[in-house]
Design a protein around this ligand. Structure first.
Ligand code: G
Ligand code: G
Ligand code: MN
Ligand code: NA
Length: 249
């Protein structure tokens, strides 16, 4: 309740900020994408992380206006990052909102951001509640040319049937699966079979939360084409991405 009131005010007062975490090519470690991650720069009271305030925003419905702010701000920040894909996390409540695809279309049109450079990250929980509505919404979004990736794979149902049903453009293997795959054979087999199915369906595969060289070697050998994790980069302000992109070009 208190956090909810505060989130309302935070949106009005411009207390939200975005950090961007680069994703690198598994082949040559060049930056190929960035994931926008929401931060709350609270002027009063202790710092509250997204793991705490995003669930509150989801329950209260505030995730809808906050999510639109994230989309608009991130595409503006990313306009000059030529050839780099922008990934934005989308909550279940946003996907259920019939206004969402309309607003997304407006943002793309108003900013001139190339839809092909935008990727929306959804999770299994976004889709299981109402797969029919979700699929219809995803189809509208794909119609713009925007790509869809399945985030956090390995934490929820990790359903391989899901991959076929929804035809995501990309699979993101959750950090917990990446870590486990380095530790036990069962998890490694699960990671390898998920990658095999994703590949057979023409999907790209990103390994998340890679923190060590052995993990990077493992996911590269397993066939991941993109790697995200602290071994390479942490999330950083837009200005630092500007600089990295300039250096790499
Ligand atoms: O950045 P960090 O790992 O602390 O993020 C914690 C969680 O918050 C992750 O699950 C991430 O997907 C989620 N998250 C971060 N930014 C956004 C956002 O803009 N929208 C939504 N819906 N979730 C986000
Ligand atoms: O749920 P989602 O995959 O969107 O969450 C992404 C979050 O994972 C980011 O907020 C980021 O802070 C976190 N993250 C990214 N790379 C690493 C990593 O290498 N190690 C750990 N522990 N967390 C990471
Ligand atoms: Mn994500
Ligand atoms: Na994840």
């Amino acid at each position: 309740r208190e956090i909810e009131d505060d989130l309302h005010r935070a949106l009005a007062d411009g207390e939200f900020e975005l950090a961007y975490q680069p994703l690198v090519s598994a082949r040559d470690q060049r930056i190929v994408a960035v994931e926008a991650l929401l931060r709350w720069n609270r002027t009063r009271g202790p710092i509250i992380g997204p793991n705490v305030f995003i669930p509150v925003a989801e329950e209260s419905g505030l995730i809808n206006p906050i999510g639109l702010w994230v989309l608009r701000q991130s595409v503006v920040d990313a306009l000059g990052w030529d050839d780099i894909t922008l990934s934005v996390n989308i909550s279940a409540a946003q996907l259920r909102n019939p206004e969402f695809p309309i607003k997304l279309g407006e943002i793309l049109e108003e900013t001139g951001f190339p839809p092909r450079r935008l990727e929306l990250e959804v999770t299994e929980t976004c889709l299981v509640l109402d797969p029919v509505v979700a699929e219809r919404t995803l189809d509208v979004i794909r119609g713009f040319g925007v790509r869809i990736s399945l985030d956090d794979f390995g934490t929820g149902y990790a359903s391989i049937g899901f991959l076929r049903q929804f035809r995501f453009e990309k699979l993101k293997l959750d950090r917990s699966l990446v870590v486990q795959a380095g530790e036990d054979d069962g998890s490694r087999a699960m990671m390898l079979s998920s990658i095999a199915v994703a590949r057979a369906l023409g999907m790209g595969v990103t390994a998340e939360g890679v923190e060590t060289e052995p993990q990077a070697d493992l996911v590269r050998a397993a066939g991941c084409d993109q790697i995200q994790g602290w071994l390479y980069y942490r999330a950083m302000p837009a200005r630092e991405i500007d600089r990295l992109v300039e250096e790499q070009n």
